[in-house]
Design a binder for this molecule. Structure first.
Ligand SMILES: *Cc1c(COP(=O)(O)O)cnc(C)c1O
Length: 465
């Protein structure tokens, strides 16, 4: 019996080509069958659909590659919450660019693993180039004394903001000992989980009235608490897309001798925008910065990074395993990759980012960032102009919070669930100032003003009178 075709090698593309045709057909067919941002009928209907089609998950006799791809990819597409649909706007769940998805196919076919150079010669070199370039975007603020830093600043690739935040806390702990984390009430939940995982004291929550970390309260907390301290600020909060006053926070950290981590998983994308980059004023003063290009970077998951101002801070991650980075191999010039992640086997997630950057350039990426920010302003305009709706605040990034005036919290939660059950729209929810709000996180650069009007109309139609 012969083996099914492999994806790599000289003949790999010949094996892939007919299968790709099947995949693309199935993607199109599934999207048409879905006919909206998500499948209709809620979890029960989706389970039924999959259960019917997959009577056996591991059949005794294989069905063949094309049948399997057609069946399962069609099901996945028909049952997807598809961020490419303008009315799928709940989360920081970006529609990936076609160019990035195509690059990801090459990553899968070649399958380099970034735990040792002999599994990833070009991929590890590309990763070094891209991560340093990204670090330079963060730490290369023009007109500052950071030129020397730009040359040395580094970044690690991660699976996303959660892992980046975890690494930031781990580095702080290794460098400073059992560090006291101080995080805004607006910080991402992963900061708390990371402290728990790392055996650190419970983070102290700094009040964030109006969704922003309060510098006066931070000053007070830094004065009262015993050191060493790590302050976690957020550039682009998950609930409201707000950016903490980074410069002011960096001043306080400097004055109190505290380490600073900025979680810019969402807002970091502003680095690419010429007109909006200044909203991140002070970001380069952080010791570590979380970035997530599967948000405002339009990458398929995963595309997380942790930028590190001083690469010496990464030393605690170093580790020896004779089969991956023997000392004599390293001395002989083989790059040592094990200290660049806590993972061992690691996908070349960097390839899709490198391809996207080369294809679009900084300007092309910046245009996408600007576009979704402009859409958010337009959506806010529509809401403000409508008597039946209340706007939480003008958007700082691309998140818009609103609520129908006629709905209390319970009714509002019901509107969101009804839209999901009908397969009509995917909206998020956020509790701010003691009230529940509907949340539209606009990450789709193809969304039109008309789509936004349709979304508002849909919510209006679902509001109980
Ligand atoms: C999304 C997000 C995270 C978590 O990132 P993942 O990629 O989901 O792990 C962390 N912090 C902020 C501010 C985020 O928006």
């Amino acid at each position: 019996m012969s083996s099914p075709p492999l994806a790599g090698g000289v003949t790999g593309p010949d094996g892939l080509r007919p299968l790709l045709a099947a995949v693309l057909d199935a993607l199109a067919e599934g999207a048409v069958a879905r006919g909206g941002p998500l499948p209709e009928g809620g979890p029960g209907a989706v389970e039924l659909q999959l259960g019917k089609a997959l009577d056996e998950v591991l059949p005794e006799q294989g069905q063949g590659a094309e049948e399997a791809l057609r069946t399962l990819v069609t099901l996945m597409a028909a049952g997807a919450a598809d961020p490419a649909d303008p009315l799928c706007a709940a989360h920081l769940h970006a529609p990936p660019l076609a160019v990035a998805a195509a690059a990801d196919l090459a990553a899968s076919a070649l399958n380099p693993s970034l735990d040792s150079w002999d599994q990833a010669p070009a991929a590890s070199t590309l990763e070094a180039l891209v991560t340093r370039a990204l670090a330079a975007e963060v730490y290369g603020e023009a007109g500052t004394d950071s030129d020397a830093l730009t040359a040395t600043a580094d970044a690690l690739t991660t699976t996303g903001g959660t892992e980046s935040n975890q690494l930031a806390l781990l580095l702080a702990r290794e460098l400073l000992g059992s560090v006291q984390v101080l995080a805004g009430a607006n910080a991402h939940h992963s900061v708390h989980r990371a402290a728990w995982l790392l055996g650190l004291p419970d983070p102290v929550t700094v009040p964030a009235p109006a969704g922003l970390l309060d510098p006066a309260a931070l000053d007070e907390a830094l004065t009262e608490l015993p050191g060493p301290q790590l302050v976690v600020a957020t550039a682009g909060t998950t609930d409201a897309g707000l950016i903490d006053p980074l410069d002011e926070i960096a001043d306080l950290c400097a004055a109190h001798g505290a380490r600073l981590h900025v979680d810019a998983a969402y807002g970091g994308g502003l680095l690419f925008s010429r007109t909006r980059r200044s909203k991140l004023q002070g970001l380069h003063r952080a010791h570590t910065v979380t970035l997530d290009l599967h948000k405002l970077g339009w990458q398929p998951v995963a595309a997380g990074f942790l930028a590190v101002r001083d690469p010496d801070d990464l030393a605690p991650l170093g580790f020896r395993a004779d089969y991956l980075n023997a000392e004599d191999d390293t001395e002989a010039g083989l790059p040592d990759l094990l200290g660049r992640s806590l993972r061992t086997t690691r996908r070349p997630d960097i390839l899709k980012t490198a391809v996207t950057w080369r294809a679009l350039g900084r300007r092309g990426l910046g245009d996408l960032v600007d576009q979704v920010c402009v859409r958010a302003q337009e959506f806010a305009d529509l809401i403000e102009a409508h008597e039946g709706f209340e706007l939480y605040d003008r958007p700082a990034l691309s998140t818009v919070l609103f609520r129908p005036r006629a709905a209390d919290d319970e009714a509002l939660a019901g509107i969101r669930r009804n839209l999901l059950a009908e397969g009509r729209a995917v909206l998020g929810r956020a509790r701010l100032d003691g009230r529940l709000w509907l949340k539209a996180t606009l990450l789709n650069p193809c969304t039109s003003t008309g789509d936004l009007a349709a979304l508002l109309h849909l919510v209006e139609g679902h509001t109980p009178r």
